[in-house]
Design a protein around this ligand. Structure first.
Ligand SMILES: CC(=O)SCCNC(=O)CCNC(=O)[C@H](O)C(C)(C)COP(=O)(O)OP(=O)(O)OC[C@H]1O[C@@H](n2cnc3c(N)ncnc32)[C@H](O)[C@@H]1OP(=O)(O)O
Ligand SMILES: N[C@@H](CCO)C(=O)O
Length: 337
């Protein structure tokens, strides 16, 4: 396995000042910084990392790996397997636990015995929780954002529709499309998956306020044209298709569906009792994908955790990416403790 990661700040000689930042489904190791060669998008929590910022690089050594199974540097289905062919559809099924095992081997390689803090949102929160439950002695503080103890039936259902969209695309070819040449992959299926997912990432009120029933420019929806919100979804689909591999999307979505912190550990309550790190749990008030009651369950079950903090945002689940100042306040609170 190859594991891509980015760091900011300087590692203390004893490795005690390291903070792990775990990205979400289509995120990457580029937490902060501009779009540049090797980084197709600007940092996804750009305002959070730097001297004097919440993840203060004068104090902390910030580490962000790209997730195992991904497509932004770390080994995934589009990587070459031993033998010289791409993994494609032969890439193994992964769980959040496998992904945390991969991150633990990175921590070992970097000489980090215990993270000062582990921070993650959405799928990143699933890994952060797994770290704290499976390796409590290695987590000094924990921030869980917009994330559940286990993927719910509804979350699995939304994912199932997305997986079906990708696998129904004739260009999917069982996941073995990577050498099919330009345009040879399941772009239509991935685009469809992203359109659906993106609606779940935003809120009904936001979509109504931004787009209402407006047509897209001069297009007429009654004569084959699009509504503005349709065009917006088209844009997000096209953007993702350009920057993300469909087979990685499948592997990571299945890994999210596998998330159940209580599996094999006597159930959710028993698993959450293993956490020893001081913990902050937060959710977004308008998040319809990972609703606040899931964060309430985490906060109630993790020893010593305060009631969940609420990020106020009209943007739904994506609020954990967009409301950087509120997230920064949570990170400061966690690290000050
Ligand atoms: C770490 C992670 O989890 S993911 C890493 C970063 N994530 C991503 O890039 C995922 C894709 N995007 C998202 O999830 C979200 O859009 C966020 C959270 C990154 C940003 O949210 P916001 O700032 O609210 O952006 P928003 O959803 O409004 O999209 C803006 C884009 O839509 C476009 N847009 C807006 N209205 C329309 C329309 N009617 N028709 C077409 N395009 C439109 C804008 O031009 C803009 O395009 P650009 O991004 O290419 O400049
Ligand atoms: N916009 C986020 C949503 C999942 O948390 C992403 O693409 O990763």
């Amino acid at each position: 396995m190859r594991l891509a990661y980015e760091t900011w700040g300087r590692r203390a000689p004893d490795g005690s000042n390291a903070v792990l930042v775990a990205h979400a489904l289509t995120g990457d190791s580029h937490v902060a910084g501009p779009k540049e060669p090797g980084h197709p998008t600007a940092g996804w929590w750009d305002g959070l990392v730097g001297p004097g910022r919440a993840l203060d690089t004068d104090r902390f050594f910030v580490v962000a790996p790209n997730v195992l199974g991904g497509c932004q540097g770390t080994t995934g289905p589009s990587s070459y397997a031993p033998g010289g062919r791409r993994w494609g559809g032969a890439f193994p099924f992964l769980t959040q636990r496998d992904q945390v095992a991969a991150e633990a081997s990175l921590a070992d390689a970097l000489g980090i015995g215990r993270w000062a803090a582990v921070v993650g949102g959405s799928m990143g929160g699933m890994r952060a929780l797994e770290w704290a439950v499976s390796r409590p002695e290695r987590v000094g503080a924990l921030l869980l954002l917009a994330s559940p103890a286990a993927a719910s039936a509804e979350q699995i259902a939304w994912s199932a529709v997305q997986l079906h969209a990708i696998r129904s695309d004739p260009n999917w070819r069982g996941g073995d499309y990577h050498d099919a040449g330009p345009g040879g992959g399941p772009a239509a299926g991935l685009g469809l998956a992203r359109r659906l997912a993106h609606v779940t990432y935003r809120s009904e009120a936001e979509l109504a306020a931004r787009f209402g029933r407006a047509a897209q420019g001069a297009e007429n929806p009654w004569q084959g044209g699009r509504y503005a919100v349709e065009s917006y979804l088209d844009h997000h689909a096209e953007t993702l298709v350009r920057r993300f591999d469909a087979a990685s999307y499948v592997v990571l979505t299945e890994a999210m569906n596998s998330h159940d912190v209580g599996r094999g550990r006597g159930g959710t309550a028993a698993a959450l009792r293993r956490v020893t790190a001081p913990t902050l749990v937060a959710g977004v008030d308008s998040d319809r994908l990972y609703p606040l009651h899931q964060q309430a369950e985490l906060a109630a079950g993790i020893p010593g955790a305060d009631r969940p903090r609420v990020v106020e945002s009209p943007y739904g689940h994506d609020g954990f990416l967009i409301e950087v100042e509120q997230v920064a306040a949570l990170v400061r609170e966690l690290l000050a403790g």
